[in-house]
Design a protein around this ligand. Structure first.
Ligand code: SF4
Length: 493
């Protein structure tokens, strides 16, 4: 029996071997799960972390009963951060309550926080939802505090659903540790997971927290300033000091053999001075690491070379082109034009950085013609630059707390789903159209799904025909061990 079990749910709960197929297992756990487990352990509680998505991949014939055999805990926290786990989290909570009727079953995370009241009202086997960042509330629950005394909790009392009141998020994140992987006994397998699954050839990688919340407000992002406030109650982002982030990076490499670190935010969001200090702190540690992060600002060649001095193993950046229409991109909050991207592409090529290109189909203002031009732009860019790989787009499902969902009229979108139940149902669907939960003045739900599928198929079929073989091989070799392709010579120094 442990004091607290923290369970990361699967997308679906039936044995994987009998499942009809789905887009992703999503074994990645939210970073907060590690800091919560560590915080509880350092406070004297015994903790067990169970990643059911990973367990399901490792044991495809097993159902929840086998996967959770032997689970005993006073408090079971089920993570419901990304909405893709809406179905799985509810089913795990249901099963845990039937297995351990005297234990407290508590949900937490972005999606749970945003829909806290609806979740507790609907599901009698869920005792409470922790709203917002969970370290302090979970510690108090584990200590046996009555739920009404724990700030930041929606809970049930008899037939009533009550809110215990707002909890101010921690101003200083330094008391939390984000890289104590030993809280999870499968950490060495976990390092080889990506959103789509587990691959033994994948280089060990781990996400590093730079901040909580974001000063940017991208219209489609639940992690934006407005979205974070709506779900987690944090009005201002909390940024970690560069030295602490660098210490995490060093610990991951030295203690756990991590080869690729993935930064939660583009450090340039906080200005060149923060960015430079972070890169210098990492560079002086002399680690042979690769790094990935999504670009919010396009770095100059000088800044790109600073990053390469920190990460001598190589860099891969996410490049959110999103649309070929500059007005649309500006309206959703991405601070660069197609011209800026065109000027940046040769910089990335010269320094030898790989780029994951992203398009998002269904942005307000984008027309069918814009999306078709986007497909052409992706193909043509990969013909010009073999360090660029465009990720075949899956349907974009609007985050329930994204600015565009919170203020649909301001952005010119119509949101087709506003309840937890709707997200829970879609998580089981294999139809692409079901995953599109909005429409714009220019494109209906059906058109968004159809254009996304066309974009996806065009790229996948081109890759299958062997076009862009070098682009694909470079990207694969960045992530996987034993790949023979060398990264482009850029020279970090
Ligand atoms: S997409 Fe990135 S930069 Fe934009 S709001 Fe979200 S976290 Fe911030």
């Amino acid at each position: 029996m442990v004091d607290v079990a923290l369970v990361h749910p699967p997308v679906d709960t039936q044995p994987l071997s009998s499942a009809e197929g789905q887009t992703s297992e999503y074994p990645l756990m939210p970073m907060g799960l590690f800091s919560m487990a560590d915080y509880l352990e350092r406070s004297g509680f015994s903790v067990r972390v169970v990643n059911l998505a990973l367990e399901r991949l490792l044991n495809p014939g097993a159902g929840l009963r086998q996967l959770l055999a032997g689970l005993e805990a006073e408090v079971v926290g089920v993570s419901l951060h990304w909405f893709v786990h809406s179905y799985g989290a509810v089913e795990v909570a249901r099963f845990v309550k039937s297995l351990l009727p005297d234990s407290k079953v508590v949900l937490g995370g972005f999606t749970a926080s945003f829909f806290a009241r609806e979740i507790v009202e609907r599901y009698s086997f869920i005792d409470a939802v922790v709203v917002g960042e969970g370290e302090e509330a979970l510690l108090e629950i584990a200590s046996g505090a009555p739920l009404e005394k724990v700030k930041g909790v929606v809970y049930r009392e008899g037939r009533k659903v009550l809110w215990s009141g707002y909890r101010e998020p921690a101003r200083d994140l330094e008391k939390y540790r984000f890289t104590n992987l030993k809280v999870f006994d499968r950490w060495n397998l976990y390092l080889r997971c990506s959103p789509s699954g587990y691959a033994p050839t994948r280089r060990p990688s781990f996400w590093v927290a730079v901040a909580r919340s974001c000063p940017m407000n991208c219209a489609y992002c639940g992690g934006s300033r407005e979205g974070y406030m709506a779900a987690m109650g944090r009005a201002e982002p909390a940024l970690r000091r560069p030295e602490r982030v660098a210490e995490d990076v060093e610990a991951l490499a030295a203690e756990y053999g991590v080869k690729i670190v993935k930064l939660s935010h583009d450090p340039l969001i906080w200005g060149e001075s923060y960015y430079s200090r972070l890169m210098e702190e990492i560079a002086k540690r002399g680690l042979d690491l690769r790094a990935y992060w999504d670009l919010t600002f396009l770095p100059s060649e000088e800044l790109a070379r600073k990053a390469l001095r920190a990460f001598e193993g190589g860099l891969c950046w996410g490049l959110s082109v999103e649309t070929v229409n500059d007005e649309v991109r500006a309206r959703i909050g991405r601070p660069y034009t197609l011209g800026d991207i065109e000027r940046f592409l040769p910089v990335a090529e010269r320094v030898g950085a790989l780029l994951d290109g992203y398009f998002l189909v269904g942005l307000p203002g984008d027309t069918r013609a814009d999306v078709e031009k986007g497909i052409e732009y992706a193909l043509e860019t990969m013909r010009r630059y073999n360090n660029v790989y465009f990720v075949p787009p899956f349907p974009y499902t609007i985050d329930p707390n994204a600015p565009m969902a919170l203020r649909p009229k301001d952005y010119g979108v119509k949101v087709l789903c506003g309840s937890f139940e709707c997200y829970r149902r879609l998580a089981k669907s294999h139809k692409w159209a079901d995953w599109v939960l909005h429409e714009t003045a220019q494109l209906s739900r059906r058109e968004i799904a159809e254009l996304t599928e066309r974009f996806y198929k065009t790229l996948v079929e081109a890759y299958r025909r062997g076009e862009f073989a070098e682009n694909v091989a470079l990207r694969y070799s960045f992530e996987h061990e034993g790949a023979v392709v060398r990264l482009p010579a850029g020279g970090g120094r």
